[in-house]
Each structure stands twice: as structure tokens, then as C-alpha cells.
Design a protein around this ligand. Structure first.
Ligand SMILES: Nc1ncnc2c1ncn2[C@@H]1O[C@H](COP(=O)(O)OP(=O)(O)O)[C@@H](O)[C@H]1O
Ligand SMILES: [Mg+2]
Length: 232
């Protein structure tokens, strides 16, 4: 396996008046191509901060983030924008769909206006008959799968998911987790997912535990469970 991501001594600090607050205090880890990695930790531990920097949506205070052996922390805004478009798929807890566009039109925003790709992606997420529905007409689980269809429409190498089931009930959480897992195992997409849900630990290839901006431990699962085998 080859390395797709290497995070090196990543620090993110915020100035609070005269004081400095460090949301990330120097974290390091790697992600191999095809891996399902879970970034786990309590609320406020720095998970979203880390994911946003890796996704090129925020900047590090110091440290390096290597993606395919290129340090994205050295990128200018244009390079970072290009990196986000080419490499990264991002899914948020709150779906972030455009409410006055249909499911299909939301996906087409990323497929470069290509309706066939949008149809294919929606079908892959089990949403063939929901293509013309608007976000307010969708259940939370459907909305999150539209967001996944949108993220996947440009075939990202790295899928970043920030608490993707955070707003969902049990059944919808299961469906969304099954979908993410299938994209990882069958389509070979590398997944870095953030969650504070203990239940998801057994399905990851690797679990990175964050605590107050530090890595408390990194665990590799020799025999990760499928979502179907999981009970929570
Ligand atoms: N823009 C900001 N300014 C100041 N502090 C921030 C900012 N963004 C996040 N933080 C703080 O950084 C810490 C980590 O936040 P976050 O990465 O969102 O945690 P998590 O996603 O694990 O819940 C929190 O204490 C949060 O309050
Ligand atoms: Mg968060």
C-alpha cells in the first residue's frame, strides 16, 4: 500500500486577545491509499479543525500536510482551490445542499453540469427516484446520500466526512455508514471520517484518538467489522 496522506506535527492556534489557544498541538499520522480511517474524539478535541486543514478549507499555523508527496500547506490560494477540486470530496454533518436546487442539480454543481454523471451517482446511492426532489423534501438520510453523491461526482481520491451521521436517526445512520463503507471497499475511495461515536470504532482499519488537540493513541484493526455486523 502507498501513502496518500501524511500529517506532520500539525499545529493550529487561535489568538484570543493576548492569549493563544491551540486547537491542534502537534499531531502526526498517516493514511494509506484505500484505508478507512476514523478520527475519533470528544467534542472540542480538534477533529473538525484537522479535517478542514487536510481538506484545504483552512490553513495550518505550522506543520505539514503531505498529499501524494506534495505539501499542501505550501500551496497558494489558487493551488489549494485546485487541490480541493481535484482530490477532495467533503461531506458535512449538516449536508450543505442548496435548497432551491433539486437533488440532481446539487450533484451537477460538482459534475460540471453533466446530468448523466449526476444520475449515475444518485443511482449508486439508491436515490434514482429522488433526483427531482428538493432538499426540504428529502429525509435526513436521503439528504446525506445526495451530499455523498455530490462529493463522489468528481471521483475524489480522498473522501473526508465530518460527523456524517451526526444529525441522523439510527436507520438513516446505518444506511449512510453502509454507503460510505461500500464506496471505500468497492470503489477504493480512501476515507477519513470524523466521529465522536464509539460504536464506529470496530469498522475502521485505523482509529486515531484525539484529545484536547493531542493524539492520545492510534490503533489498527486487524479484522474490521462490516456495518452489518455492527450493533449500536
Ligand atoms: N475560529 C476559531 N476560533 C477560536 N477557537 C476555535 C475556532 N474554531 C475552533 N475553535 C476551538 O478549537 C477547538 C477544537 O474545535 P473543533 O476542531 O471544532 O473540535 P471538534 O470537531 O473535535 O468538536 C474547540 O475548543 C473550539 O472551540
Ligand atoms: Mg467537529
Amino acid at each position: 500500500m502507498s501513502e496518500i496522506l501524511k500529517v506532520e506535527d500539525l499545529i493550529k492556534s487561535y489568538s484570543m486577545g493576548k492569549n493563544e489557544f491551540k486547537a491542534l498541538k502537534g499531531i502526526s499520522f498517516t493514511v494509506e491509499e484505500g484505508e478507512f480511517v476514523l478520527l475519533y474524539g470528544d467534542s472540542g478535541s480538534g477533529k473538525s479543525t484537522a479535517l478542514n486543514i487536510i481538506g484545504g478549507m483552512d490553513r495550518a499555523s505550522s506543520g505539514k500536510v503531505w498529499v501524494y508527496n506534495e505539501d499542501i500547506t505550501s500551496y497558494n490560494d489558487k493551488q489549494l482551490n485546485d487541490y480541493r477540486r481535484r482530490i477532495i470530496g467533503f461531506v458535512f454533518q449538516s449536508y450543505n445542499l442548496i435548497n432551491n436546487l433539486s437533488a440532481k442539480e446539487n450533484v451537477m454543481l460538482v459534475s460540471g453540469g453533466n446530468g448523466d454523471i449526476a444520475d449515475k451517482m444518485l443511482e449508486e446511492m439508491g436515490l434514482k427516484d429522488r433526483a427531482s426532489a428538493f432538499p426540504t423534501e428529502l429525509s435526513g438520510g436521503e439528504a446525506q446520500r445526495v451530499a455523498l453523491a455530490r462529493a463522489m461526482a468528481k471521483s475524489p481520491a480522498l473522501l473526508l466526512c465530518d460527523e456524517p451521521t451526526g444529525a441522523l436517526d439510527y436507520d438513516n445512520s446505518r444506511k449512510v455508514m453502509q454507503t460510505i463503507r461500500r464506496l471505500n471497499r468497492e470503489n477504493g475511495v480512501t476515507v477519513l471520517m470524523v466521529s465522536h461515536n464509539l460504536a464506529f470504532l470496530p469498522i475502521a482499519d485505523k482509529v486515531i484518538k484525539l484529545k484536547s488537540g493531542w493524539i492520545e493513541g492510534i490503533t489498527e484493526n486487524d479484522a474490521p467489522l462490516s456495518v452489518e455486523e455492527l450493533d449500536w
